[in-house]
Design a protein around this ligand. Sequence first.
Ligand code: F6P
Length: 564
Amino acid sequence: MASASRATPDKLPAWQTLKQHAEELKGVHLKTLFGSDQSRWSNFTRQVAGLTLDLSKQRWDDDTLEHLLALAHDAGVPGAIDSLLSGKRVNVSENRPALHTALRLPADATLNVEGEDIVAGVHESLAQMERLVCRLHAGQWRGATGKPIRHVVNLGVGGSDLGPLMVTHALADCRPDDIHPVEVHFASTMDGSQLADYLSRFNPETTIFVLSSKSFTTIDTLSNANTARDWLLGRLTQQGDFVSTPAVSAELIVRQHFIGVSASPQKMSEWGIAPDHQLTFWEWVGGRYSLWGTIGLPIALVIGMDHFRELLAGAHAMDRHFREAPMEDNLPVLLALAGIWNVNFLDIRAHSILPYDGRLEYFAAYLEQLEMESNGKSVTRQGQAVSYSTCPVLWGQLGPNAQHAFYQLLHQGTQPVVCDFIAPLKRYDEVEDPDTRRHLKSQHRLALANCFAQSRVLMLGDDALEDDGPRPEHKRYRGNQPSTTVLLDKLTPHSLGALIALYEHKVFVQAVIWDINPFDQWGVELGKQIATDTQAIIDGEGDVSRMDASSRGLIEAFWAAEQN
Ligand code: F6P
């Protein structure tokens, strides 16, 4: 990262230049920018690793980009990229590196971190994961009663859920053909509703659970894990109609029905996970950056290890680009600068993520954690309050569905919003039946047409209509909403890996410029602590009268409901 004594970004000369420049550009409509520069597409579009990044619909011009690049230089972005990738302790509040990029280094690479080459360990952990995947795919992993496993339920939350959930959904059609059919499911919510559904439907004899938790202390995951363990013990230790074989020991059940993935082998052992069913990783992998290693077990189970390695290779291709490309051609840097421009100079603090491909259904949820948990910060790395905005509010949904939900606000509301449109260019070539392929390809064209049309209308407003006669105010579109479009040549493990790494690095570059630490999340700790106190009070073990009137009222309403 930039040196600890660096000036905050708002004190850098380029920041002041950008402030002034923004005053000049604020009144200029996007359609004017396009009208006066025929080369915007080539000027503001870059390609790498199967991705095309179109930044031409941002409300900026060549001068803006020049000033933003100067800001990035002054803020120390090139040095910070080097520090990140070489394993310096960039996570200052926890005094450790953030080395998710090491998880996707090829086996023949070396990376010496504080005197130790960490690449061999990374590949050993992948090999260990592969052994478990192979046993499950071969139908060799048996439940306590001797049956092969059919359902694998990942119990995890945040980074131990969202990355694997998003990727398994996106790449479900990469499933290898010749494997024992193992279905992967996810349960994250502490209220138990997802888990309850699975428990009501699955056969305990053929179901295993993956306890995914970096810390192995997260109550959401542990409460689901305890419910799952009791369910298994209750069903498998007594002979009933449901279970076809004699009762088995509790020890065997826990051994055969739980895999643990954590940075704490000790806590996994204390919970009861058998040592050879423990997958580990390192404290230097942040939770929301952890899908690339053993937390990616559900991904490897769905797409197979070969595809998993392609996912890593795609991310690594983006890492290399991030390290080697000059800043003016560097996709993560450019994407980050567009965000800085919108938030800090155009005062646009809402950001919507809109994929036009159903397979990317969970991409927005994944980015919500990646961006807002990383950069939702208000003190500098030196602990001073910032005097400028940082991470915008980010949300999203599949674009086609959002068109029928919140696009009204994008087109005619009062909030400026920047949108990221994401879509693959090619789809459905592999569908065997020609008629179905033709129909599906035409649906893909329909989705792309809508994607391109929406960014155009958001940009041009009424001017998107060539014949724009007089219209009442309620039918007018002002346009001028900036957007980015990311096109994938095709959605594959490789291109998805590159896409995720693009956003990871964008978040990092923004953090460098804002002078904040993207790798901690202290803001979630107080809520956890107060929830523990509140639970004691709900359970009758604390003093409700100490609480504020609203919290007391809510608890008393719950107690009253329990009496009925
Ligand atoms: O509470 C926030 C958080 O720590 C996230 O950063 C993390 O991804 C999630 O909880 C889950 O944590 P763990 O993997 O340790 O269970």
